[in-house]
Design a protein around this ligand. Structure first.
Ligand code: NAP
Length: 285
């Protein structure tokens, strides 16, 4: 299954009933978000009641509507172990995958991502663990998130198969992957970037804590394109030649539906460089 240009994120998939949760997943699918991104640790933030709760809620949705399982790319993550904070050791990760499978009520995770690098696991051990989990049919593809380029290189050098995705924070207010080598490496390796917090966690939508010049630039482009600021901000994420998939985080049904407007926004070179300059507050040399 090919990943759509937008994905649905479950970090804030808390404090709702299974029926409300199902509404969100079905609405996301209609809005062409077939990759559903969760994590074992989701459920601790945003008023959630604990580790694993977001996976459990998604599992309840899939149990209630089993036909959804084949229509989604089920992506989850492991390796954050509050309060340690990280563990990608073999014993831990094997049990974490088993627990995620149990909570999600599935026998295979389509994309298993290492949520944050564990500085004290050798990349060879991690690669061996991931390869074994894949061999056992528990995970289909492997991804990383929040890895430095060197950490990504070290892991991929030991993995006996290509990595599928890398998930950095990327938006008009968080531009690092453009210049820290991550997008370049992913283009070289033909790996899909999954951009987390593409609206800067909401800042680009409501404008609070965002440079006035950036808000004005996004609004000007939104007016030209006959859309809203959020759609332009998402279109900026999608515009990079590495073809990032934007993982949207809203849990509001209207806003999930509205996000597809980003696919119709046409940003030219002037537009994307205007956004970068407005974000950074300095002209490019
Ligand atoms: P985001 O899309 O940048 O921000 C979503 C937030 O913006 C929500 O609180 C949403 O509130 C708000 N928002 C959206 N449109 C709005 C509007 N028009 N007006 C006011 N508020 C608006 O994404 P995110 O939730 O920060 O992250 C998205 C996904 O990325 C997560 O679900 C997760 O899958 C992934 N993620 C990964 C990592 C990682 O370390 N790998 C870290 C963070 C996130 P409403 O719900 O009220 O619309």
């Amino acid at each position: 299954m090919t990943t759509g240009p937008l994905a649905f994120g479950c970090w804030r998939f808390v404090q709702m009933s299974p029926a409300e949760a199902r509404d969100r997943i079905e609405t996301a699918l209609v809005a062409r978000m077939n990759l559903i991104d969760t994590a074992d640790v989701y459920g601790l933030d945003w008023g959630g009641t604990g580790f694993g709760r977001a996976e459990e809620l998604l599992g309840a949705v899939l149990a209630d509507a089993p036909n959804l399982r084949d229509r989604i790319i089920l992506a989850t993550k492991g390796g954050i172990t509050p309060p340690v904070p990280y563990d990608s050791g073999s014993d831990y990760l094997r049990s974490a995958v088993d627990e995620s499978l149990r909570r999600l009520g599935t026998d295979m995770i389509d994309l298993y991502q290492i949520h944050r690098p564990d500085l004290f696991t050798h990349p060879e051990e991690l690669a061996t663990t991931l390869a074994a989990l894949r061999e056992q049919g528990k995970i289909r593809e492997v991804g990383v998130s929040n890895f430095t380029l060197a950490q990504y290189d070290a892991l991929t050098s030991y993995l006996p198969f290509p990595i599928a995705t890398s998930q950095p924070q990327y938006s008009a207010v968080h531009l690092e992957p453009l210049r820290n080598g991550e997008f370049d490496r992913l283009m070289r390796d033909k790996v899909t970037p999954l951009a987390w917090s593409p609206l800067g966690g909401g800042a680009l939508a409501h404008g609070e804590g965002t440079r006035a010049e950036l808000v004005e630039t996004l609004d000007r482009l939104a007016e030209r394109e006959g859309t809203d600021r959020s759609a332009v901000a998402l279109a900026f994420v999608l515009a990079h030649p590495s073809k990032p998939v934007a993982i949207i985080g809203t849990q509001n049904l209207d806003r999930i539906r509205a996000a597809v407007a980003a696919l119709d926004v046409r940003l030219n070179r002037n537009d994307v460089y205007d956004i970068i300059e407005a974000s950074e507050g300095v002209p490019l040399p």
